[in-house]
Write a new protein. Structure first.
Lengths: 112, 475, 475, 475, 112, 112
């Protein structure tokens, strides 16, 4: 099993989520983070004074899938959430050694 | 599934209301000779001009008092965010449905027989019975004006209880309770004091005197709040198995401070407006005393909490301000400014003491402190008249002038108010409890009444994430 | 880059304003004989005292009405947090810039020729043309008093539309639109009804009668809102490709309830103040009817939503209260209390029906329900005068007294208001659309107008995390 | 540990207050012949009726002005959430404790010797000394009425400074400072202008004239704010080592807009009420000028910020509105509407210029812009009287009528106000700094004063997570 | 060392946390997420219109423990937070290659 | 590649972030969590009643770096965010098996 952590633009979350679900991977956990990669931030004003905000809001999606599904999910995410400009985000894949479904107590791939 | 039974009760209740309204309405359309128009501008007599000044004063006071409804709603900052909507819904319904109930029945029970205005002729020392629907004889500019002023009072009295039953009460019982208090319980006691009833003609001093509602509104409201909170039981997690209690922090103290300020604003008009006349220049002393009482209540808590905790506890100090305002409500017209300060300081301390007493001794959970702020200080406010009245207004003389007579009348008034509030409250809540039940299920309480009773959180999530939520229409 | 074109338009617009102001100002400095001082205190005649009571009443009413601006701003709780600042900016600008525009031109177009006060002599049945800048003859205490009262009305009318175009309109077109409505569209229709224009002298009943703005403010405002929302198109994600629509939850229902309460507070003064005199004791009936209408509108929605959904929908019920208030606005002075309740109940239901109609049939996206609350109920309010007026005030007799004449006049007034609102609105928004464009880009809409048009989110993030953000100064 | 020293100081301060109050109170109980009751309704003379109209007007104005306290509290939206409670606590304490201080001593220093009402006989051109505690002679309806009106003024003046010292001041020094300003500093300057003191009888024009507080409230308040912010030093992270400054965004612009609207609402009464009489029909011109000034100040900033930044900066525009309101405060009664607009436009620009000047040149950190809004525009407001007064009211003639005399008096008044504010402020803050210290520790500033001084965050976390927090009772 | 990520119902957080602490595992990090597995979401109303919310709020607990403690912690979580109905949540276990205590600079198991 | 998860004091976030950026590791994701280790919590008051808050707010920084950079980043974080008192936080390091840059689709070390 692998965990796919995708950090994407908030405005792409909707269609990315739908695309993943269309392929049958229902389970996911979503949280709000802030971050920056090569992105420079934007400027806002506060009572007549400009300032720079250098951490941008992003959405982090975590999906745990079986090893063979990783590539498909990653490609789906890239396809749907790419805009080609800086700030598109990153995807990290890591190993999960075990998973449990709390409702039933099932383990491993059966639990995802 | 959830609340299906209540839903039908609601339908029933609703049909009952509508048919009763329809019946009367038809009668009203054909009621003869509505006398609703007077214009004192054209005719130039001084009496009429003086009358219209007083008329306007009372009306403007009623408008300003209405902002207290917003103030009460803001006190919901003391509650958990997940139950906020439930509380403000109660405030909102008290103010809207309550107005209609008071129009239908409450006003007639309270002021019938008082002869305060045209169309209020019938009634005895215990109950009034004319002025229903403001129809026929009571469709008169003066009666309507008094109705408006009394209506904003009545809806405030009902709203007091909303704070004590917050975060766990079912919706339909609240509707029924609110209707009963506004339509029957409050008006009957009110009749005794303000509608020419028996308490106002007690043979001690000037009879039982309550300038603008220490007993009528605050004591009765506070006692009803106590019974309500008692029958409902404490919120989940409020008391530990060992009897100790937990703090359940609210969600927005800023809102509480603003609410307190708006309540204080309304209170100026609440008390000063109770002269029903601006040519009665005592209004300035009343307004000043009102504010000094509140200021003293707030200040004492600031100091006390800073000394005891090392923190200036602003939330508690807001309660102190309200306690001070309640405390001077009964006496504000009869006392000099220094007495207002004395009353306010004591009110603040009484409030804090009562908060602890209610929680530790009675083990009753009163989320907004309605019992401490309104109940305890309403009683204290009645007694204060008997102590501090200096005889300069209305001939009311308290202990400081050497006479104990007035104090007796006040004590009787306060005790009757307590008894009335506790008995009717207990009866009402007990009946509701054994029939349709008072309390929401544990799940509803856990997840908050907002989404379960009102279909939406009060603050729907709006962070980047959730504004993107896929929302699809259904049915 | 973004909005550079509009920026220059804005500069242009600004220079135009300034030079026009400068031109007139120089003329004004040298205007002869300002008559702006009268003190009725010294001289003791009863007429003058009566006059100053009425004067003060109207002025205080104007002050209280002003709080409605805050009430309107609070309704923004129905919107998404990311667009909140855009909406309150509109409210704020309507109230400030609008006052200046009404001072420059609107007041003169509306009341010129009405002879309501000194300096308003010139005008005909279709348009007024004296009183610009409150200068020379109209620099008089009475004229200025009426201006102030009418100014708060006018700015409210403009603000209605802000709710319908919220969350997606560009800034400069809004400025232009707001100026046009406050300076021309609203005053001209207003002149027809209140400024001595042709509608007020229709040969049916007492002529077309609109006590405090059911058509002038609410119908015209609602129709302008409809055209605005129509030309702008729905918000992103509002309608699905299959024509069904999605709910777009707002961010703060508590704020909406508070806003409704403050609007109701202002509405007391709005309607009762429209007598322009406190010696006219009908003010009490007006105030009571106003509130009963709102209360009935709110209550019916509470019941209806509870029966239909099993939830008491407080947000919708707030809209119901406003609908009821709008519904009685036209008739409040002419009807008995029971009729106010009947009107309010129907208003609530009409509002809900219109919400569904606008969304499902017209496919127009009206985020705050301005069309349903103000448009539909403004029309209903006009008709209600013709039905429920009982002849006790001003001789206005509706159907319930057996006469159909007044109803005809009211229908004509309502139809003219609709036609006027729809035509001028369509023209204005169409012109704006083909010239500078109405709508923000898709990116701006996605990320919220706040950061793009106003440079800052309405609620800058303040959690532990972001308060630590490294903020560096630039330029 | 933290704040233990201050805690004992607080106890001391508290005991001092209480014993002083107790001493006087006992005297007061036995004070002879309270004359606090007059009812002008019964007796029908025109003079008395006129008097009670004016009496009521002033009282209602005082009520409405009180809402400004809520408005000030809402401006805290400009601050970081972690310090919000600290700021509103200051506002709340200024309004409550301040009232008591003004009752004890401030009023007597300010109006003693003015003979404005019974019991205010003793005093000279520099200071008053009768009316303490509103006792004996001054326990009169008229005196109490004037006290109430002046009390709401005084508490506003104190609150101005809260904005400049926000987010970093210790609690006990704030208490002491607030007491001193409300009890001594403000009343003494006020006495010079309004209490029959030397400035009002300057031999130029009509003497120094300040209609409703441009110098008494705003200049003095603004200068005290400047010294306070100066002695406290800038907030952590405000200035970079290279001298450039950072923006520290607040947490709720919506709240700021609402606060501005409530302040504008109160300002109507603030200025128009200053006639102390409604039979003085100039009140309409005053109210209209007040609002036009604010509207012009807001509009100019909308345009200017849009042109300069490409954004319509609503927060700054709210400051512009307040600047405009402050700017016309001194002159509102003496000028025609066009002049109010001119003053407002300049006020807005002066405000922005001063914000930049204070930050870049003085390197003083004024979180809410109190110096720019109140200080700079208070001075400008004084000067504006000398320029724009058109001679139609009170015989005040400014430059536009060709006379330079009045301008001289105004300049002297403004300079004296600046000097008084700066000197007393510097003395007070310096004394506090070297004794108990002004500023919270770095840790407290980092984590926010709310949890450290007031024991709770202003917005206790309420998300799903934290509402589940295990909260256990202790002590 | 292993990291245990448990996604549970918010209303079960309290007792789960207590149960874990009772067994002596004090350190944990908690955050709010939204997610869905086989859960269908609930419906809310907005001004007279029903709509579906399909991401449900959950609590994510992250606990890093030594290898031999994993099973005990996982079973404790399952035991306390199971209700048997859909939405009970998941537990994922993954490897941690190193840990540091910032206060002291200690590494590995000593740092937990 | 390794993922470094650092849980630090909110008040240290600013300088820690700057220090990491100074060393050239731009990309990071930041989120707010609550937690406790050996820390005891603080007491607050609510309307005259003291109570204990036992989960303290922390900032979690996640940085994915190539294997050889781990030590440097960890030491930088420890150096900048250490105060020596309880509540300083923890750092956990784990393996990442793959990373993608959404904008370009690049993989592995090239994507960080
Ligand atoms: N090395 C990293 N470690 C953790 N998170 C990262 C890293 N690099 C980028 N991110 C996250 O990904 C988001 C998008 O980065 P982005 O600027 O699009 O990267 P790039 O410009 O390399 O495509 C950032 O806001 C941040 O949250
Ligand atoms: N494959 C997954 N990857 C990441 N998170 C998941 C996954 N499956 C479920 N979750 C998380 O667990 C939570 C509970 O899932 P739940 O509906 O109870 O699963 P199940 O019905 O399989 O027991 C979800 O809200 C989601 O946050
Ligand atoms: N075993 C753990 N697993 C997950 N998070 C932990 C663990 N131990 C500590 N933390 C996190 O680190 C934060 C700081 O812990 P701290 O009290 O400073 O630990 P210590 O006292 O051991 O230095 C906690 O608030 C918590 O969020």
């Amino acid at each position: 099993m692998k965990k796919i952590e995708a950090i994407i633009r908030p405005e792409k979350f909707d269609i990315t989520k739908d695309a993943i679900e269309d392929q049958g991977y229902g389970g996911m956990s979503v949280s709000e983070i802030k971050g920056h990669g090569n992105q420079k931030g934007v400027s806002e004003i506060w009572r007549g004074k400009r300032y720079r905000v250098d951490l941008m809001p992003k959405i982090k999606i975590e999906i745990v899938v079986s090893d063979d599904a990783v590539e498909q999910v990653v490609q789906t995410i890239i396809a749907t959430s790419q805009t080609g400009s800086i700030g598109d985000g990153k995807i990290f894949v890591s190993d999960i050694s075990n998973a449990y479904r709390i409702r039933t107590g099932e383990q491993d791939d059966a639990a995802i | 599934m959830r609340g299906n039974k209540s839903r039908w009760l609601n339908v029933l209740y609703f049909i009952m209301c509508v048919s009763c309204l329809a019946y009367f309405s038809t009668r009203l359309v054909f009621a003869g000779d509505p006398s609703g128009t007077v214009n004192y501008g054209a005719d130039g007599s001084i009496e009429r001009l003086g009358y219209s000044i007083n008329f306007t004063w009372t009306l403007v006071a009623a408008f300003l008092i209405f902002t207290m409804q917003a103030g009460f709603a803001m006190l919901g900052g003391f509650l958990q965010a997940k139950n906020m909507l439930g509380y403000i819904a109660h405030c909102f319904i008290d103010g809207t449905l309550g107005a209609i109930v008071f129009w239908v029945v409450g006003f007639a029970l309270m002021f019938g027989g008082s002869n305060a205005a045209p169309g209020l002729e019938k009634g005895n020392a215990f109950i009034g019975f004319s002025g229903f629907f403001l129809s026929s004889g009571s469709y008169d500019v003066e009666t309507v004006m008094i109705w408006l002023f009394q209506m904003v009072f009545a809806t405030k009295a009902v709203t007091i209880i909303a704070g004590a039953v917050a975060e766990r009460m079912k919706f339909v019982p609240y509707l029924i309770y609110s209707t009963c208090v506004c339509g029957v319980i409050y008006p009957i006691y009110g009749h005794w004091i303000w509608g020419g009833g028996w308490l106002s003609s007690l043979p001690y001093g000037a009879g039982c005197v309550d300038f603008s509602g220490a007993s009528v509104i605050h004591t009765v409201g506070g006692m009803l709040a106590l019974t309500g909170a008692w029958f409902l039981g404490p919120r989940m997690n409020k008391f530990n198995p060992d009897g100790s209690s937990n703090a359940i922090p609210g969600h927005n103290i800023n809102l509480v401070v603003l609410g307190t300020l708006f309540l204080a604003f309304g209170w100026f008009a609440f008390n000063a407006g109770s002269t029903l006349g601006a040519t009665d220049l005592r209004i300035s002393v009343i307004a000043a005393n009102t504010f000094l009482g509140g200021a003293a209540g707030a200040s004492i808590i600031i100091f006390a909490s800073y000394i005891i905790f090392g923190y200036a506890d602003i939330g508690l100090s807001c309660n102190g301000a309200l306690a001070g305002l309640v405390g001077v409500t009964g006496a504000c017209a009869y006392i000099p400014p220094w007495a207002a300060i004395a009353i306010g300081v004591l009110s603040g301390l009484i409030m804090w003491g009562t908060v602890i007493f209610v929680e530790r001794k009675l083990k009753v959970d009163d989320p907004l402190g309605a019992v401490a702020v309104h109940g305890a200080n309403g009683i204290w406010g009645m007694i204060a008249v008997g102590i501090f009245a200096d005889g300069t207004y209305g001939g009311i003389r308290g202990c400081i002038t050497g006479s104990m007579e007035q104090l007796k009348a006040q004590l009787i008034g306060a005790l009757v108010a307590m008894a009335w509030g506790l008995c009717t409250g207990a009866l009402l809540f007990w009946l509701l409890k054994i029939t349709i039940g008072l309390r929401v299920s544990e799940l509803v309480e856990y997840e908050g009444v907002d989404i379960h009773l009102h279909g939406s959180p009060c603050y729907p999530a709006q962070a980047e994430l959730t504004s993107q939520l896929d929302t699809t229409e259904e049915e």
